[in-house]
Write a protein that binds this ligand. Sequence first.
Ligand SMILES: *Cc1c(COP(=O)(O)O)cnc(C)c1O
Length: 386
Amino acid sequence: MSKLDFTLSAGPVAASPRTLAALGYPIVYHYDPEFLEQFARTSNKVAEFFATKNDIVLMQGEAILGLEGATRSLVRPGMHVLNLVQGVFGKGTGYWLTDFGAVLHEIEVPYNKAVDPAAVEAYLDEHPEIELVTVVASETPSGTVSDMSRIGPICREHGVLTLVDTVSGVGGMEFLTDEWGLDLCVAGAQKCLGGPPGVSLISVSPAAWEAIDRNPNAPTASYLSLTDWREKWLKGGTFPYTPSVSDIHGLEASLDEALEEGVENMVERHRRSALVARAGVRAMGLELWADSDDIASYCVTSVRLPEAVNHVELRSYVRERYGVMLSSGQGAGNIIRIAHMGPTASGLYPIVGLSALGRALLDLGQKVDVGAGIDAALAVLSEQRR
Ligand SMILES: *Cc1c(COP(=O)(O)O)cnc(C)c1O
């Protein structure tokens, strides 16, 4: 295996030196007063990151744990749920909803497009039986975003709860939990925050807690239980099980870095990297996957591949030959993704990804103008840094 020089994947992402150092702190007993204080402090920092006054629950497992726990907690058998699908994670939510007994309603668009908030509004107008909308704020495999600033308030006006997968949404796009009235939101540490993979960051509104309390199927005495975390940690200061101590050290360090930078500045940094990447892709003669720039995410740029090139094989080739780890389509399509997420949403990183991708395609006999792509990307970067 060739040496790995750059991780430009769509999560887990390369962590900053500060986060890596924190992951090496001494492992302490979880009831050590210092750890108890750190756990509470870290939750408060997550709340700031989410722009919310809602309760914060930190579940000790990668974001899928938080998403499954949240979905099971909210969904009662026979409950009407509207699921918005514009990619792989949205589609997966629908399978869960059906498994957990919901009556599934779905608005689905091709995975290079985004669900129109007006369609959500029209659907809710026609279906007053719907109690919950499930939505992915940033569909990482598609490299597209949902307009949460409109979808959130539309749901609120209809008295409908929201369950938001914002695993790669917070930090790489504007995400205002309280202002947009979002009820149950789940993020991950290992995406735009650049933290360790292993913690689910969850915000729960009072209305979401009420719905969970009304649900006889909400897990309790279970690793998936949000209720356990409320009863034990939020109300009693004890843990339902031992937290991942080192991950909390790493998470707090990555949050400190984010909050010192300022979440708005962080989003702007991701936006700029996306502009650099998109300019490069286009000038090389390649096509962006996202149908329009308005719905393309800031944290990852998805590139449509020529039919002759398979995305998984290309990813391996780029890694082996050039020491750069990109992401493949993960079920969204024959696409390769250059992530500019967390610490790599900066300066020349996207151009490293462009160089490796462009040259690899050339090696594989495709017609790409690598030089023009690099030149165009550098021109955007240079303008940004003026
Ligand atoms: C990363 C991510 C998750 C977590 O899923 P994994 O497959 O465990 O990485 C969930 N939702 C979205 C939108 C993500 O980007």
